[in-house]
Design a protein around this ligand. Sequence first.
Ligand code: J2J
Length: 539
Amino acid sequence: MIEFAPWPKELGQIYRQRGYWIGRPLCAGIEAQASARPEAAAIICKGRHVSYAELDRAATNLAAYLSGRGLGRGDTALVQLPNVAEFYIVFLALMKLGVAPVNALYSHRQIELSSYADQIQPRLLIADRAHSLFGDDAFLAQLQALIPNLSEALFLGDEQASRSLTHWLSRDASPPPGMAPTPAHSVAFFQLSGGSTGTPKLIPRTHDDYDYSVRESVRICGVTQQTRFLCALPAPHNFLLSSPGALGVFHAGGTVVMADSPDPLSCFDLIARHSVTMAALVPSAVGLWIQAAETRGAPPAPLDHLLVGGASFAEAQARQVPDKLGCRLQQVFGMAEGLVNYTRLDDPEDVVFTTQGRPISPDDEIRILSEDGSPVPDGETGQLAVRGPYTFRGYYLAPDQNARAFDADGFYFSGDLVRRTAGGNLRVVGRVKDQINRGGEKIASEEVEHLLLRHAEIRQVALVPMPDAGLGEKSCAFVVARTNLRGVDLRRHLTGLGIADYKLPDRFRFVDDLPLTAVGKPDKRQLRAQLELAEKPGA
Ligand code: J2J
């Protein structure tokens, strides 16, 4: 069994009694649809329709192959696929087998993948030959040198049948004999943390807890068999997977329509072509859609429901959604660690436009705390702490980080600053975590700073958010260098180490020294203030 920090027994009992944890593995919902409505379309990907029966069949084929190779319950896998149907087929196959994957983002590169692999010690890698890291086997060999366990590798687009993912998905095989259902209280997969630490942390999610968040999201977002959901952000992201995401759509028997990116022109075309009814976007993409709607007209009519979350959403922009995009708005404030809040479909306009909603579960226990740890009254700002039936209890193998992120009662501190309205809805007003939210993509400042400090000529560095009209925030690195350096040298340094592009600082500022706090750390508040001042019109 994969190790994880469990919920206390008494709480687990309550969550079962109240029908939250129903002992169902994450593959069960899709399997039920495959028997009830085999011909219904589960996925539309680049014009290709994949029915529920085909989805289930292909996943079973892969599970059977992998089982024959000795993989099974308790093993782990590193998966990196783009937004294609195979992403869900692989996920379902691994859920059937009881193999827990990390689903890396397609933008991740050597640093991220090596770190994930190092943490989970996978036996299996599934990746894409079209990705720059996997055009040949050099990086695979590096991973294998790091992870002696890594014995199996399958690739989308491999020419050799034995290593081709497509080959094993399409080769008819019977379900592996003796494949007992995976215990639902075990780890189903690892979700990615946005993080605020030097190495990207992993979040073990159990079948029980994740399935509950998906089922409730389906109910709260009104997902049905008729739903056609546009997945235009990275498929592994928690928002797109479970809020209500593709798993929610599969649970309800609807259809997921895959897009490569939230680019409005291609998305509007997909909406028209496949009668998409629901989409999920980050605020920066909503901005692009509104601009496109102003010049070319609103998205096609079937779209009637837009979920927006992942980053701060300005009220003024929220108010534009119904008029400009011709659809209902539902705000989502969630996190891969667990807690998800939604505005409800029958909420008054004011709640929908000015808040990020309220928790999924009556047993999501929320505390909003002042700096001294005492609860703040409604309407006042404090740090969000939470525990509940689908909020994790610890990062994977990260005792030091866990000691900081949780209190003695098992409440997780998300690092968000929130206010609760009198009606019980939350407003996200800021954050205390050392993170940059670049259009919904999270950057842990410390991770980038550590990598920059590997440059011999850098003495000190501080990465801070700077306001950006399009993305909400971009990143700026303040650098104290020993010699004359240019931004391009440092970008090259980082790209050479192999980090995802979105983590590359958007701007470098070379300074003689950094302002320090009383305890001698870089004073990021002051640095942010400098940037905010510089961005003000007329400054
Ligand atoms: C402000 N900040 C927000 C919002 C998330 C659904 C939706 C989003 C995520 C997600 C998710 C925000 N307004 N509406 O997992 O299931 C910031 C907060 C939060 C962090 C979590 C889901 N919605 N945020 O964004 O794990 O700072 O999950 O703690 O990527 O995003 O990031 P992540």
